[in-house]
Write a protein that binds this ligand. Structure first.
Ligand code: GLU
Length: 275
């Protein structure tokens, strides 16, 4: 009896150990041959989940970089990384890398590291096609929507909060839905994100991106603080740019949105250290 119980305990421990290794143990590096990548799930053209399909420029850059680091597409586990959760997800080892329209900022750099930048966007406004809002100065008395934890919401709070009614939601797609319903006058975030959302079939002809960017958003690869991977990741991004794959991915993912990347800042220059 006693022996049997011990045997059962040993068997259970063995099963538990197996379960731990096969799901990455929930800590450390994860499975030796799989990689957990945080992306947006609701930003068409950048990071978008459609069933089991993941598409967008962030996804394409992530796949390219992962491949250069030795991971095939099958070895990538895509994880939703909303704006407000990104630092925490890296700090808590829930992801290995983040490609999620993630601007490199001094504040974020205190708690995470960044490789890149792999793209430079600019904060802009999305408004109704017949709106006369043309800059953040025109937002007086207006209802503006942005996302919690984003540089976009922070910039509004820092510079335009006095006369603007800012609503913060978990994702930009939700902001655009609200604007479709008429309760919001403008959505603010990076131009490339707004262009992708406005080009959705449901919104055809309804919205326009103002096209006067008022910030520079350097998209970095979010990594745990103290990483030694920036050199390899930056080399992979440089290779993607030099090979033409970067251009191809950007064109394919912005086609039909009317978006033109800023050619003065793109493609960005990379060093061999973290940003
Ligand atoms: N790039 C900006 C940021 O990192 C806005 C887009 C986003 O929320 O992902 O906050």
């Amino acid at each position: 009896m006693r022996k049997n119980r011990l045997g059962a305990v040993a068997a259970m421990a063995a099963v538990a150990a197996l379960a731990l290794t096969s799901c990455g143990g929930g800590s450390g590096e994860g499975d030796a041959d799989s990689i957990r990548i945080g992306i947006k799930f609701d930003q068409p053209g950048l990071g978008f989940k459609d069933g089991n399909n993941y598409t967008g420029f962030d996804v394409d850059v992530a796949k390219y970089v992962a491949n250069e680091l030795g991971y095939t597409e099958e070895n990538i586990e895509w994880i939703s990384a909303p704006s407000a959760n990104r630092e925490t997800m890296l700090q808590n080892d829930q992801v290995d890398m983040i490609f999620a329209t993630y601007s490199i900022t001094e504040e974020r750099n205190k708690v995470v590291d960044f490789a890149g930048p792999y793209f430079v966007a600019g904060q802009d406004l999305l408004v109704a096609t017949d709106s006369d809002i043309a800059s953040p100065e025109d937002l007086n008395g207006k209802n503006l929507c942005s996302v919690t934890g984003s540089t976009s919401a922070q910039k509004v709070k820092d510079n335009y909060a006095e006369n603007t009614n800012l609503q913060e939601l978990p994702g930009y797609a939700e902001c655009v839905t609200q604007m479709g319903g008429g309760t919001i006058d403008a959505v603010t975030t990076d131009d490339i994100i707004l262009a992708g959302l406005a080009a959705q079939p449901a919104y055809q002809g309804k919205f326009k991106v103002v096209g006067a960017p008022f910030s520079e958003e350097n998209y970095g690869v979010g990594l745990p603080d103290g990483t030694d991977k920036c050199g390899d990741i930056n080399a992979a991004i440089s290779k993607m740019i030099e090979s033409g794959a970067w251009d191809e991915a950007l064109t394919a993912n912005t086609e039909g949105t009317g978006y033109t990347p800023n050619s003065e800042t793109n493609p960005p220059e990379l060093s061999d250290t973290c940003a």
